[in-house]
Design a binder for this molecule. Structure first.
Ligand code: BG6
Ligand code: MG
Length: 223
């Protein structure tokens, strides 16, 4: 395993790591599932984390055996409706929506000269960061529209490292989603999984919640 002293940068997921927008995404997708008549389950909710907008819709339709029921245009309409509902929730966000310990962790990273980038699948990431007043911490954001494949493909995490001019081995990726941890591992970065350790079993380093994520705790899990 990579040594803590080899680490020079952090590549962050956004939803469910920096802020609890994963709850808002789930709420808005649940509405779509109800509308089309697809069954909602905890397993589906967990599986949607980290997955791009259109791929998420496909997963919901598949869960209801509805994949062939809608035209491409109708699918775009459903995804747009979800996004409109999601953005209504985002509009109410303030810095109080930053998850516990994250602001301090970002300040510690800056104080120790670690480089930072964002590897979120969300096209709304710049807007969410702005609502949280965290834009200045993330000068480098992977543009999800530039990707050919979504998580669990490693592409987004490889780009996150590239944006800060580091080799993947010099980066730690931080995720709350199983698909995201898989992407970090496939990119050859060290993975931190935040949340249910059973769902994030593949992560190199695990924390139950963001409040536990400190440089000291990371160092002790790596050495
Ligand atoms: C990920 C979320 O960060 O972004 C997913 O975990 C979401 O739930 C995906 O579907 C795409 O987000 P958006 O905002 O572009 O629809
Ligand atoms: Mg996430």
């Amino acid at each position: 395993m990579t040594k803590f002293t080899d680490i020079k940068g952090f590549v962050f997921d956004l939803d469910g790591v920096i802020t609890d927008t994963s709850v808002f995404h789930s709420q808005a997708w649940h509405q779509v599932a109800d509308k089309v008549g697809a069954p909602w389950s905890q397993e589906l909710e967990d599986g949607l984390k980290g997955i791009s907008r259109m791929d998420s819709l496909e997963m919901i339709l598949k869960a209801g055996n509805l994949s062939d029921k809608y035209t491409e245009d109708e699918k775009v309409d459903l995804a747009t409706e979800k996004n409109t509902n999601y953005l209504k929730l985002v509009d109410q966000m303030t810095p109080a929506n930053i998850l516990p310990g994250i602001k301090k962790f970002l300040d510690d990273l800056k104080a120790h000269n670690y480089l930072i980038s964002l590897a979120s699948a969300s096209k709304n990431a710049p807007k969410v960061l702005s609502k949280l007043q965290l834009t200045d911490y993330f000068p480098q954001i992977v543009d999800p529209q530039s990707l050919t494949k979504g998580k669990p493909d490693p592409e987004i995490y490889l780009k996150g490292a590239e944006l800060i001019n580091l080799k993947p081995e010099q980066c730690i990726g931080v995720e709350d989603a199983a698909a995201g941890v898989e992407a970090i591992n496939a990119a050859n970065e060290t993975s931190i999984g935040i949340g249910d350790p059973k769902i994030l079993a593949a992560a190199d380093i695990k924390f139950n919640d963001t409040g536990e994520m400190t440089l000291d705790h990371i160092k002790s899990q790596m050495n």
